[in-house]
Design a protein around this ligand. Structure first.
Ligand code: AMP
Length: 329
């Protein structure tokens, strides 16, 4: 069985894009692989060094993941800061990570442009910590989107470099998990681009029905097709893309035909779309609230997950120390 590692930032609520683009696929993945899912709370400090409520954020994201169907009985679910072994591997990998390559990372360049007042060393070495998180469990695959490709390439490079420098064949080079299907990109409600946490264009899994209705009714459209057969504009296509994942094929067919005939009423489409989104998200939202209210369950998940993750991580640290040459006196 292959090993898969996936980190989840502890800042921000999950949205429809996260669910349909990533999480829904994780449910199958966790049954076919040995999966480690962790909340990357150390990583969140690179941009939020003084968080308002780091514990609350971790709890919320954890509850949202579990509510989507991540199963702690099958997968190992844990909090990054509960596994201090990862910081040791991070330190050791840092000795063979070069300033030049870290400074050239696209995400680092972007972050320093956005936060010129907080260019810290943690931000620079973010890819090293990410590599440590992944290779400490000797992962074979990492489920990443396009945006993470460069980080994964750096992980592969750090794993390869360790093997080369210490003349071993210890760490596998992890590749991007292949879901065997085209990945879906869920667009936002603002007419352009993808749905994102910080874009203000998203529907969150924790949004109550009235909020979902308000957001969908406010989605950008156009003035409507002026003649039959007119190609839908990008904002309208985006609504159809969301509809395809949440609605019945018959509903999609009905509105597609209405658009093609130039008789479509966007108000009607949005009402239907909002109700279909609510149908999908409501059970998840109820689960999120149930899980959040059950602190005992959450405590058990992270305690048991942390233990399993530490067992795996400490085995690697033992080997790595030996490979580098540390010995007991
Ligand atoms: P993020 O919230 O950007 O950290 O992304 C977490 C996961 O959700 C990654 O696997 C992303 O590729 C995926 N994801 C984020 N936004 C979208 C979106 N709008 N459509 C599809 N997948 C997404």
């Amino acid at each position: 069985m292959d090993t898969v590692v996936s980190g989840i930032r502890s800042t921000g609520n999950l949205h429809l894009g996260n669910y349909f683009g990533a999480l829904r696929n994780f449910l199958k993945m966790q049954r076919e692989n040995k999966c480690f899912f962790f909340i990357a709370d150390y990583h969140s400090l690179t941009t939020h060094p003084k968080p308002d409520d780091i514990h609350g954020n971790i709890k919320q994201v954890l509850a949202e993941y579990l509510a989507c169907g991540i199963d702690p009985e099958i997968a190992t679910v844990f909090v990054q800061s509960d596994v201090p072994e990862v910081t040791e591997l991070y330190l050791l990998l840092n000795m063979n990570a070069y300033i030049g390559e870290l400074e050239r990372t696209t995400s680092f360049k972007e972050k320093i442009r956005k936060h010129p007042d907080n260019i810290n060393a943690g931000l620079l070495t973010y890819p090293v910590l990410m590599a440590a998180d992944i290779i400490i469990h000797k992962a074979n695959h990492v489920p990443v989107g396009k945006d993470q490709e460069q980080h994964l390439e750096m992980t592969r490079r750090f794993a390869r470099r360790f093997n080369t420098i210490y003349e071993v064949n210890y760490f596998p080079e992890p590749d991007a998990y292949n879901f065997g299907q085209e990945l879906i990109k869920i667009p936002g409600l603002d007419g352009t681009g993808k749905m994102g946490k910080s874009e203000g264009n998203g529907i969150f899994l924790a949004d109550p029905p009235e909020v979902i209705r308000r957001k969908v009714m406010g989605a950008v459209t156009d003035t409507g097709p002026s003649h039959p057969g007119e190609e839908p504009s990008e904002p309208v296509k985006n609504l159809f893309t969301i509809m395809k994942v949440v609605s019945d094929p018959a509903t999609v067919k009905y509105f597609t035909e209405q658009h093609a005939a130039a008789t479509i009423r966007y108000g009607e489409l949005k009402k239907q779309l909002a109700e279909d989104i609510i149908r999908v998200t409501n059970p998840i939202r109820n689960r999120i609230n149930e899980i959040l209210a059950d602190n005992k369950f959450l405590a058990k998940v992270v305690r048991e997950g942390g233990q399993k993750a530490r067992e795996s991580a400490s085995g690697t640290i033992r080997d790595v120390r030996e490979i580098i040459g540390y010995k007991p006196f």
